[in-house]
Write a protein that binds this ligand. Sequence first.
Ligand code: SF4
Ligand code: FES
Length: 219
Amino acid sequence: MKEKILQYSTDELKVTWDKERCIHAAECVRGLPGVFDPKRKPWIKPELASADELTEVIERCPTGALHYELKSSDKTETPPGQNIITIEKDGPIYIHGEVVVKDMDENIVLKDTRMALCRCGQSKNKPLCDNSHISANFKADTSYNAERLRVEPVQGKGGELSVKLIDNAPFVVEGNYDLVGEATGRETCSKKMSFCRCGGSETKPFCDGTHKKIGFVSD
Ligand code: SF4
Ligand code: FES
């Protein structure tokens, strides 16, 4: 996983931006256009807003490219009370919550509150999205079979959400979460599920074993 972190500071806080994780979702630009201006250099000028305005908008960055550290307070970003997995049309899977991504040997690859996971299979920065779905012309709607999630009882809400990366195969999500897709709606569940990351499943966003047939290579 690549990272290229740039920093922008004021007396009150430090903003970090990971160029490799930014897929130009533009939440920041919409939220504070004076601070985040991609046509300007430097493109982030945190001195143009208050710390409260900045932290509120930074926490909306869906990929986790943006983060902050307050200099005179211990306040840090609080994950939402429930983990939320959002299926993006023709794009990645966003996760917002208390997320821990691990490899098959249980090594922690990433621990964060926000991330965009590749589901087209083409990212050069797997498991994260790098916008390759656009050049790959990846097409996938946001619907899912909610019945598959209802076969197990909801255990609760929130807590750690584990995302385990299976080599050359899906990622497996374990914990409590809401699955959100515009076409199907929102389902609260606690079922361990395998999510397709090769792009080929017929039962997206879930894995149907197609990765084996198409020889998907995850690394
Ligand atoms: S919200 Fe995050 S991903 Fe979107 S443009 Fe801003 S920094 Fe990049
Ligand atoms: S990862 Fe795509 S079908 Fe299994």
